[in-house]
Design a protein around this ligand. Sequence first.
Ligand code: UD1
Length: 340
Amino acid sequence: MPETVLVTGGAGFIGSHTCVELLAHGYEVIVVDNHVNSSPHALERIAKTAGRPLTAAYRVDVRDRAALAQVFASHQVDAVIHFAAHKAVGESVALPVEYYDTNVGGTCALLSVMREHGVHRLVFSSSCSVYGDAQTMPLTELSPVAPTNPYAHTKLMCERILEDVCDHLVEMKVLALRYFNPVGAHPGGLLGEDPRGVPDNVMPYVAQVAVGRREVLSVFGDDYPTPDGTGVRDYIHVMDVAEGHRVAVEHLDDRTGMRVFNLGTGTGTSVLQLVAAFGEASGRPVPYRIVDRRPGDVAELVADPSAVAAAWDWTTTRDLDAMCRDAWRFQERNPHGYAR
Ligand code: UD1
């Protein structure tokens, strides 16, 4: 069983929550993060929340092979969780080279350093966006993949690289987790989602409207073929995502090769349902207005989470109310996010 886990992107939203979950289960945790889209303050909050320190944290870009190799040379790393990547769909259309360089180039650099140091256990952060504008719901791991933007392409391309690496290096053990829409925060109120600038994603936007940082939520379209016309997504509590990674680490040794799993709840929620649930949980109604559809958006994305449940005897446990309550607690206590 792995004892020391290296987490790339460990100061980010999902990374920081996963570090807490790993520390709470006795793992030694090493963080590698270049902080281009995360705050170093998250690292102190990880330790505070978990009640245990990280073993080490390095400001290193995963593409910097020499610096990454130094980290691997300084620790006995048993497994790696690779979160470090760019993740904004809209930005990926404007900056495709940067997305391929960081997401694909970073994964290749990591794989070569892992190989040099004899580390062959990896959990990879993938995305439900690889399914694109799918016609049949819910989505299983066998549903057709059809990325519609550079971000989603980079994730699928990394999965492909990992498959080939596993075919070539028989000792490799890789789990790619395709997350649906991670939201919420650690219930302790110290850790949460702290996007830079105007949030791209709906949940942090709603939370910032509720706390008074922004005036009104723009709901992108109410003419989708969904029950209330607004987009339907499978929101999953970030602590369930974190738990899913810890459980994945525990199951890396089940077999060699590459496996892919969805990480979702199986429940679809529309934008208007999310707005109502957040208003209820926060006690503050969230003003909104309907605007045009956002280019590139799809009507519905909902996971079939049964494969992971069958493989690991594990399911998500936190509902939409908990997602909203915990996101609100973090927003209320940290109206401007982490100090920068
Ligand atoms: C997208 C990506 C996902 C990526 C995630 C994080 C796709 C299909 N999904 O998720 O892979 O990991 O971003 O960056 O590319 N909405 C509003 N108003 C807003 C913001 C969003 O109405 O201000 C609506 C959207 O139209 C959508 C829903 O809320 O229906 C969720 O949007 P968002 O939070 O941006 O996530 P996705 O686009 O689903």
